[in-house]
Design a protein. Structure first.
Length: 257
């Protein structure tokens, strides 16, 4: 067996039942969105091929993008005769535009590049039909929480997101320090514009401070208080307290004032 590379955050999920459940989520959610079954699955970081095995049983073709050359070279040997294409590349550099048919994305992704991977996938010109990722449980909770973060607002602006199973850290080899959770994202047209999201970024420049303080470079605090009052927003509100709809209203008021 090929050893792990700690610098790449490699942890192999070994529970076949959970691996099959992840693959089923990718298949079933994609089937819900299309009258015809989605045949192509892009797997992020296949590693030793444990999830790859489950995906190959459900999809006509699997494109496995693996950064570690040792693993990329070894993976095809485990699946002779299967419709598996292994690409030795950084997923953040992989050209998704090369895929011409509908596809889904699945993967057990490294914790340290979770946000960049999600941002890339939801910014694609030809986004996947569905995205099923196993991520750090804390990250999944932040994305799904009503207490917003910059990442959660970005995801909710570009995808319908739901929670999948929680996976205990003991199910991995080697065991990470924290548990994981599956998140399912269905890409959609953005709910708010890039201009509104620029306002959100400004609002989150100091997430723990009052929003009125973070936005004080745009208007005077008195002007902002007037805007806040018109929307029924407390002057003590923090950026994480507002959802996308309120941010849109805030943008409209601030730009009109």
């Amino acid at each position: 067996m090929v050893g792990t590379n700690k610098s790449l955050g490699q942890h192999w999920l070994k529970n076949r039942e959970i691996l099959d459940e992840i693959a089923d989520l990718a298949l079933n959610f994609s089937a819900d969105q299309n009258s015809e079954k989605t045949e192509v699955c892009v797997e992020i970081g296949p590693g030793l091929g444990t999830l790859t095995s489950s995906l190959l049983k459900r999809f006509g073709k699997v494109i496995a993008v693996e950064y570690d050359k040792r693993l990329a070279d070894n993976l095809p040997k485990s699946f002779p005769g299967k419709n598996l294409k292994v690409v030795n590349d950084d997923i953040l550099k992989y050209d998704f535009d090369s895929i011409k048919e509908p596809y889904v994305v699945a993967g057990n992704i490294p914790y340290y590049i979770t946000s960049p991977i999600i941002e890339k996938l939801l910014n694609l010109k030809n986004p996947p039909v569905i995205i099923v990722l196993l991520v750090q449980k804390e990250v999944a909770e932040r994305i799904l929480s009503e207490k917003e973060t910059l990442l959660s607002l970005f995801v909710k602006n570009r995808a319908l997101v739901s929670a999948g199973p929680v996976v205990d850290k003991t199910e991995f080899t080697p065991s990470p320090k924290v548990d994981s959770e599956v998140i399912i994202m269905k890409p959609k047209s953005p709910e708010i514009s890039e201009e509104v999201f620029d306002l959100i970024k400004t609002g989150f420049k100091a997430p723990r401070k009052k929003l009125i303080h973070n936005l004080s470079g745009l208007k005077s605090k008195q002007e902002l208080k007037t805007v806040f009052d018109s929307l029924g927003i407390s002057a003590d509100v923090r950026p994480g307290d507002l959802d996308l709809k309120v941010w849109q209203e805030l943008f409209s008021k601030i730009t009109a004032a």
